[in-house]
Design a protein around this ligand. Structure first.
Ligand SMILES: *Cc1c(COP(=O)(O)O)cnc(C)c1O
Length: 425
């Protein structure tokens, strides 16, 4: 981050917005309104990203394509449905640092996690554990437990839990390294987030992949809170697989289709065990309806079904916005400044009255800050009434995520000012 000395006050926030080269991207999103018609301060892109203004047209175009072409829409029109997922792959690969054929858009996150574990979690009596955080997002924990049970192992004995030290909120990298070093010989799979959903902590994915591989473990990442938030280089970091959703920082709408990365060394190995469906069959002869299954090369070989095109259309619209913004490098530059400003202003205005549990170092966090404040959930309710859209996570955190595509410095200013007035009461 270039060193900027922040200042308090609305004038400074507006000055920063005037100097922001990405500021005009806010106009490419629908900002939800308060009852009085003013823009809410929407700081909830970590949970559901806002709707880009080009989404409706992209979805309508597919309804029109269906109306006008019927079944022939699979092959005709501007974006034929047969290869539709291929239109998304280059931009998606750019966002996660995937190479050719390593990225596919399919299913939803938890489904993809299961499909990946079928391929990458193959326990033996000697090596049967999955390393996961104790505080992992519940769906990931449930998926892991069920996979362990499915293979006839005991989740209590076969999960290796990573925890912060007592009294601390975030994981120390050295503790993670020690755990892999200590238990690595029994660990079949390391499954960790890119960005932790609760604390906003960024994990050092390159180091984790390297350490895990040294111990003979498979290494997969859940990028739900990382994709579209921080720069990613999955191929270079040598991750075995990764999964993510597209409705958080990727702004593709509720329940939109997710993404999946399979490293080329696995994607090109035809004998990888997997659950298969017709959409993963070799495209050259998919419609010859032949047996047995021949996998498409790359991540596409894990597809099961023909995809929901209306959802892919909204992803395409969103990826166009990312492309126009220049993808993650400029967005990250703004994001570090924007979140740095929010953090600074919280400390400046509120001091010890609030605690930010997200790491302070820019390389250890994305845009989200997780804030503990007196009043907890009741305070959160009052923020909501005042037009601040953040989210509350049990047991005691308010998450606020200034998103560089559509949030402004003034948004951060308004949030802190309103928080301060509520705490002063
Ligand atoms: C949001 C999120 C999910 C959601 O899973 P879905 O299958 O898309 O419902 C899973 N894991 C993590 C870490 C998340 O943040």
């Amino acid at each position: 981050m270039t060193e900027i000395s922040f200042e308090a006050g609305l004038d400074f926030a507006r000055l920063m917005d005037r100097q922001d080269k990405l500021a005009s991207f806010r106009d490419r999103f629908h900002i939800p309104k308060s009852e009085d018609g003013s823009d809410t301060v929407y700081l909830c892109g970590n949970s559901l990203g806002l709707q880009p203004t080009n989404t409706a047209d992209a979805v309508m175009a597919e309804l029109e394509q269906w109306r006008d072409f019927g079944v022939k829409g699979h092959f005709e029109g501007a974006f034929p449905w047969m290869p539709y997922h291929e239109f998304l792959a280059p931009a998606m690969a750019e966002l996660v640092g995937g190479g050719d054929g390593e990225v596919v858009v399919m299913n939803s996150l938890t489904v993809n996690l299961h499909l990946m574990m079928v391929s990458f979690y193959r326990p033996t009596p000697e090596r049967h554990k999955i390393l996961i955080e104790d505080q992992a997002f519940p769906s990931d924990r449930y998926a892991v437990q069920s996979q362990i049970k499915f293979h006839g192992f005991d989740p209590d004995r076969s999960t290796c839990l990573l925890r912060p030290r007592d009294g601390e909120a975030t994981i120390r990298h050295e503790d993670l390294c020690d755990l892999i070093e200590r238990e690595g010989d029994e660990i079949a799979l390391i499954l960790l987030p890119g960005v932790q959903y609760y604390t906003g902590q960024v994990f050092d994915m390159a180091a984790i992949a390297r350490l895990g591989h040294e111990k003979g473990c498979m290494v997969g990442f859940d990028l739900a809170h990382a994709v579209g938030n921080i720069p990613l280089r999955l191929h270079d970091w040598d991750a075995d697989f990764a999964v993510w959703c597209t409705y958080k920082y990727l702004n593709a709408g509720p329940g939109a289709v997710g993404g999946c990365f399979v490293h080329a060394r696995h994607g090109n190995a035809a004998d990888m065990p997997r659950l298969s469906g017709w959409w993963g069959h070799d495209k050259a002869n998919r419609f010859e309806m032949i047996h047995p299954f021949q996998a498409s090369v790359g991540a596409e070989g894990w597809q099961l079904s023909n995809p929901p095109i209306l959802s892919l259309a909204s992803i395409r619209a969103s990826l166009d916005v990312f492309s126009d913004a220049g993808f993650m490098q400029p967005l990250r530059r703004k994001s570090e400044t924007l979140t740095g400003y929010l953090h600074w202003l919280l400390q400046e205005e509120l001091g010890p009255a609030v605690e930010v549990i997200t790491p302070a170092a820019p390389n250890e966090r994305g845009c989200q800050l997780s804030v503990r404040a007196p009043g907890g959930k009741a305070l959160f309710g009052k923020l909501d009434e005042a037009g601040i859209v953040g989210d509350w996570r049990e047991p005691d955190v308010i998450r606020v995520a200034p998103v560089p595509l559509y949030n402004s410095f003034e948004d951060c200013y308004r949030f802190v000012t309103i928080l301060k007035s509520l705490l002063d009461k």
